[in-house]
Design a protein around this ligand. Structure first.
Ligand SMILES: [Zn+2]
Length: 85
């Protein structure tokens, strides 16, 4: 006799609720805001579209990109100088 365990419950409606979000949360202060909001009404942080965890995406860190680009450039020139001189 094989008895299969079947999981009863409200899993389906849970999933539906997650898919049908009506708000997103600020990644910084966790304030709720409409899905189409671009700035957090609470702390003023620029926010992107909602992610899978219900939080809004953090804004692009251009400063971080710039620093890593500069560091990569330095590394590139160092490698060029060290190996192709
Ligand atoms: Zn906020």
């Amino acid at each position: 006799m094989a008895s299969k365990k079947t999981s009863k419950g409200t899993g389906a409606s849970d999933t539906a609720q997650k898919l049908l979000r009506s708000y997103k949360q600020c990644p910084d202060c966790l304030a709720r805001m409409p899905l189409n909001a671009k700035i957090c009404p609470d702390c003023g942080l620029k926010v992107g579209p909602v992610q899978a965890d219900g939080k809004a995406k953090k804004p692009v860190d251009w400063k971080g990109y710039l620093i890593s680009a500069i560091l990569f450039g330095i590394l590139f020139y160092f490698v060029k100088w060290a190996f192709f001189e």
